[in-house]
Design a protein around this ligand. Structure first.
Ligand SMILES: C[S@@+](CC[C@H](N)C(=O)[O-])C[C@H]1O[C@@H](n2cnc3c(N)ncnc32)[C@H](O)[C@@H]1O
Length: 322
């Protein structure tokens, strides 16, 4: 398997996204330049050596994205060793040829909270901002999306995506090595736009929401999933220093504040469909992500607080129309 977008560009021909065919190659090369990560050549080498897949059948609507593949000359143990070259695995789970990738996050639980509230994704062209290794993009294709385009600037997550693509072999999900700031300016092209786990990392959340809206066709659906805190409309937590040991958390609104921000950005039919406190069953260290995780980010004596004394992570899903 090679990191190669030729097939993606073919899919874009004759669509509203055709201008991307000209604009993307340079941006993708930039996103994957060797200086982005010292291990990139090593990861590409492992991708090139993944075993030949003889036949595959995938279930993209199963929680663990199970693929039953016949793999030539490869043992489960050999495949596990190869896939562990891409540690840490944060988003999943995946189940590939007998190898269960038990990721840090049960991303399927997030999808279960989001999916029942979406307009049907059948035939949709979708943009998933900050998609990690693309787990939810596969699930969107499982719901009938025509094309699910994820973007994420992390070269490791791009390699994880291509490793899964090698086995899943479905042409409708793609993950591009771009930050939101690198997405070509083709306004009004997507039926559904997702921003999950990204808003609190943005220094300017209102600009983020405006940009998300600009990607949507009129009447298209925006799905924002983000950290929230309890409190009235107008209140926003601006952590002084770290939040749950993360350095890059800027604004955590209340649900009412977030709804108001979305209203101010011109979105309509705004509805909060879920608010859930993140559990240590949903985010935890595993054999596939051996660093610290949520249990280490909570105050040992009071797990309703982070180690810094902020409210423990709670997330909301808010959906609106452009
Ligand atoms: C908390 S994760 C959320 C992953 C996934 N959307 C989910 O909900 O499980 C945030 C992701 O945003 C990505 N990210 C960081 N900076 C970004 C940027 N400028 N534009 C888009 N994504 C970015 C990170 O690499 C990371 O994968």
């Amino acid at each position: 398997m090679k990191i190669d977008y030729t097939e993606f560009y073919e899919l874009l021909k004759g669509t509203d996204l055709a201008p991307w065919i000209e604009q993307l190659p340079e941006r993708i090369t930039h996103g994957l330049r060797p200086e982005r990560h010292g291990l990139l050549p090593q990861w590409e080498e492992v991708l090139a050596q993944l075993p030949l897949v003889e036949a595959t059948s995938s279930s993209l609507s199963a929680a663990d994205l199970k693929t039953e593949v016949r793999v030539e000359g490869s043992t489960v143990q050999g495949l596990e060793e190869q896939l562990k070259a891409f540690l840490p695995w944060r988003k999943g789970p995946y189940h590939i040829h007998g190898v269960h990738i038990d990721t840090e996050w049960r991303s399927d639980w997030k999808w279960d909270r989001v999916r029942p509230h979406l307009q049907p994704l059948e035939g949709h062209t979708i943009l998933d901002i900050g998609c990690g290794n693309g787990y939810h993009c596969w699930r969107m294709v499982g719901e009938g999306a025509k094309l699910a385009v994820g973007i994420d600037p992390s070269p490791l997550f791009i390699c994880q995506f291509f490793a899964m693509k090698h086995f899943i072999q479905n042409p409708r999900a793609w993950v591009l090595p771009l930050g939101i700031e690198d997405v070509p300016d083709t306004p009004g092209t997507f039926d559904t736009v997702f921003s999950m786990g990204v808003l609190y990392h943005r220094k300017s959340p209102m600009e983020h929401i405006e940009q998300l809206k600009s990607f949507l066709k009129p009447g298209g659906e925006l799905v924002i999933e983000t950290l929230v805190v309890d409190g009235p409309e107008g209140y926003t937590l601006t952590p002084n220093g770290r939040y749950a040991k993360m350095r890059n958390v800027w604004f955590i609104p209340t649900v009412k504040t977030l709804e108001y921000w979305m209203h101010r950005c011109g979105l309509k039919d705004i509805r909060t469909v879920d608010v859930t406190t993140t559990s240590t069953d949903e985010q935890r260290s595993t054999d596939w992500m051996t660093f610290e995780s949520l249990p280490d980010f909570l105050a040992p004596a009071n797990p309703t607080k982070t180690v810094e004394g902020h409210p423990a992570p709670k997330r909301a899903v808010v959906i609106a129309k452009a």
